[in-house]
Design a protein. Structure first.
Length: 584
């Protein structure tokens, strides 16, 4: 029996070798790439890559020597990556798989992944427990129902299919239709629950697995009005360019992971994956059925817009790589302002996150966002490229202004900006005023042409400056202290914050340069907002610090002390920021 097994393995390896040498390697540059669609790509990649590395190691093929993981928050981008043969294995829920199949790519499901022990999940329709007018799906006609993002499986595609199969008509347009269910999108599960509980929408579509982890105080405010059938939760699919022999071998390795004691920590970190197992026999039929309800044109909404509540709503926006955190900060403030606008026809609030400045510019131009809170450089960019208008200055964290500092280790020879030549610097993220825009402009003004590095381990150009994004202030501090980079930059507020710059680290650091001050934050309004509404919003903000009802909202809004008009000093600071923006 052992000889027979050994001969089969040899035969399989020879087959793979012949495929690679005669047909040409489809797996680009000997790399096997796993892909996933996820709202927080950088975080997810750290979980996915070790699984890909395990598979490559245990394939033990000389033709496949490297593992890679590509995670994107955009389903269309993933479709393109698979079409271009840059992603070989997709591990995701059914919606991305079905969407990509609709684009003409024959993704082949080969395994199920048990995430947190969950084999399958259903779509669940929820309403507020004390809302006596919503008790069944029939009660949703003419009402507002919010799904999760456009990419969601249980919380959109499966729930959508369930409604359409039962004969309900769904309206995704801006204007409500009394004969149809008026559909909107939220940013995440937390937003769905919050909108339902606060009455911003009449019902929400969520997932059964989400209900299992809801806090008791939230769960007691909600009721279930309907459920869909159960569908597989997470599925492993192979891209069409991957040969069947290789796909079979990858499948064998993944099935073996749960039996390998050394692999269990990797599985646990991979969203608490229990194991991979054989896919149910009826999955192909399920996919074929759901395919008819996947509408690619809906993806133009990017899963974040809320078209059903735009006419009588005020939507606040922010550029964010952590929508859940910022939703909690923004929602109380926009709710407070909306409470003061009812006589002007504004009854509902919304929060819309953009993944970068360019996407927020699009949202402003398209009228999907009315009001944006931002730091100076991004705000000026929105005013310049989307015709937005600055309303008021915001005393964020109790301060009206702040500035950037450059710092290095005390024992280094770096004492000035000029000493950074041939060295590496860490910025925060591409949207930060004091952690990127201002310091980058300073470097460019001094004649440097900074070069982005793939990682802090990469060498900088000998005659220039290399830079990396650390994504958090504490990371910048740590990287400088440990010598991964030669210098870092963030705001004076971060320098003074022990969470961002712990005393044990700070005693070994020195400031080598600082910029002039900039306004701490500002509120801008999009072009096209009704003048009366714009005027009232500004009045409400300017007087919020005098209103006891605004206390909680101001605290949630990053401890905002107050809003005020721009003083002459603040205007000069803003102009200084505008001049630096010219270097981009």
């Amino acid at each position: 029996m052992k000889k027979l097994f050994k001969s089969r393995v040899i035969f399989l390896c020879l087959g793979l070798l012949l495929w690679c040498t005669s047909a040409g390697a489809e797996i680009e540059k000997g790399t096997l790439t796993f892909g996933e669609v996820y709202p927080h790509p950088a975080e997810a990649q750290t979980f996915t890559l070790p699984v890909a590395e395990y598979v490559v190691k245990h394939l033990n093929l000389p033709e496949i020597v490297k593992a890679n993981a590509i995670v994107t928050d955009n389903i269309e981008e993933m479709a393109t990556l698979i079409r271009e043969k840059k992603v070989d294995i997709l591990i995701d829920t059914l919606h991305p798989i079905i969407y990509i199949q609709k684009q003409g790519m024959d993704l082949k499901p080969i395994l199920s992944r048990l995430k947190k022990g969950i084999r399958g999940a259903s779509g669940v329709f929820i309403a507020r427990k004390d809302n006596d007018s919503i008790n069944s799906l029939n009660d949703l006609v003419g009402k507002r129902l919010t799904f999760k993002t456009i990419h969601a499986t249980q919380a959109h595609l499966i729930s959508r299919a369930h409604l359409l199969k039962k004969g309900y008509k769904l309206n995704y347009s801006i204007v409500d239709n009394p004969e149809e269910i008026n559909c909107t999108f939220a940013t995440d599960y937390f937003a769905i629950e919050d909108m339902v509980i606060k009455g911003n929408v009449d019902a929400g579509a969520t997932s059964s697995h989400r209900l299992d982890v809801l806090a008791p105080e939230v769960k007691e405010k909600l009721k279930i009005i309907a459920r869909t059938p159960v569908y597989p939760y997470h599925v492993v699919s192979v891209a069409p360019h991957v040969p069947s022999d290789l796909a079979k071998r990858i499948k064998e390795v993944l099935l073996h992971m749960a039996k390998d004691r050394a692999a269990r920590p990797t599985l646990a970190r991979y969203y608490r994956t229990t194991k991979f197992e054989e896919i149910p026999s009826n999955v192909s039929e399920m996919i074929k059925e759901l395919k008819g309800f996947c509408e690619p044109s809906l993806h133009k909404n990017k899963g974040l817009t809320m078209p059903g509540i735009r006419k009588d709503s005020l939507v606040i926006g922010r550029v964010s790589n952590n929508p859940r955190k910022h939703y909690k900060r923004l929602k109380p403030m926009v709710d407070y302002v909306v409470s003061k606008l009812s006589d002007l026809g504004i009854k509902r609030s919304g929060v819309l996150m953009a993944k970068n400045n360019q996407e927020m510019i699009e949202y402003l131009k398209e009228g999907k966002v009315d009001w944006v809170t931002e730091t100076p450089f991004s705000a000026l960019l929105f005013c310049e490229q989307a015709d937005a208008e600055i309303m008021v200055r915001r005393w964020k964290e109790g301060k009206p202004d702040y500035y950037s500092i450059f710092f290095a280790r005390k024992d280094s020879v770096i004492d000035s900006i000029e000493d950074l030549k041939g060295r590496k610097i860490a910025f925060e993220d591409p949207g930060s005023t004091t952690g990127f825009f201002a310091p980058m402009a300073v470097l460019k003004k001094r004649g440097f042409k900074p070069v982005k590095l793939a990682s802090p381990k990469e060498k900088p150009p000998a005659e220039g400056i290399g830079y990396v994004f650390a994504r958090s202030d504490i990371n910048i501090t740590t990287w400088v202290c440990k010598g991964l980079v030669d210098a870092g930059t963030y705001s004076n507020r971060d320098w003074e914050n022990p969470d961002d710059c712990p005393p044990a680290f700070k005693k070994n650091l020195k400031i080598i340069h600082q910029t002039g001050p900039f306004p701490r934050a500002m509120e801008i309004i999009r072009k096209g907002v009704d003048p009366e509404i714009k005027k009232r919003i500004k009045e409400v903000l300017l007087n919020a610090h005098k209103d006891t009802k605004a206390k909680k909202a101001l605290k949630a809004y990053r401890k905002t002390r107050r809003f005020d008009e721009f003083t002459e000093k603040a205007k000069e600071q803003l102009e200084a920021a505008r001049q630096l923006l010219e270097y981009f």
